[in-house]
Design a protein around this ligand. Structure first.
Ligand code: FEO
Length: 169
């Protein structure tokens, strides 16, 4: 049986992942309004991936016989500044999510909840990938600077990101 405390933390994470989807969707809409269609596509795909993350937590709670509580989702910002600002914000957000996942693992271990610990390991690995990807784009944008050719090329490259359904989960 899952503890009330663990259940509350998992429900909080459903909300964190749904907010992540909201945030990336808002970033995507902003990038679209600025004409960066490839960046908008990449961020839109990321938003879809976050919905899958939320769903994983949702399904796991139900599988353990817990009650799902859908908490209110806060409103994300509307403006995100430059492309570099967008991806620096994305990286900072992923670092926050990594902190949340680590907190969940610590809670599961304190409670000797091995099933939840095991479930969370997928997210531990996923966060390494999420941070690495965001860092890579931030680094590229720093190298490109104001070079319009470089920005155009990166926008095209980010526009080729496959949809989450075709990636291995
Ligand atoms: Fe669901 Fe981007 O962490």
């Amino acid at each position: 049986m899952i503890s009330d405390n663990m259940l509350e933390e998992l429900n909080k994470q459903v909300n964190e992942e749904l907010y992540s989807a909201y945030l990336y969707q808002a970033m995507s809409a902003y990038a679209n309004s600025k004409g960066y269609r490839g960046v908008a596509h990449w961020l839109d795909t990321q938003a879809q991936e976050e919905m899958i993350h939320a769903r994983k937590f949702y399904d796991y709670i139900l599988e353990r016989g817990g009650r799902v509580r859908l908490l209110g989702i806060k409103e994300p910002p509307v403006d995100f500044g430059t492309l570099l600002d967008i991806f620096e914000a994305a990286l900072a957000h992923e670092e926050h999510i990594t902190g949340r996942i680590n907190h969940l693992v610590n809670t599961a271990r304190e409670e000797r909840d091995h099933a939840t610990d095991n479930f969370l390991q997928w997210f531990v690995a996923e966060q390494v990938e999420e941070e690495s990807t965001a860092t890579g784009i931030v680094d590229q944008l720093k190298l490109i600077g104001d070079n319009m050719g470089g920005i155009f090329q990166l926008d095209r490259e980010l526009g080729t990101r496959p949809s989450p359904s075709t990636e291995s989960e």
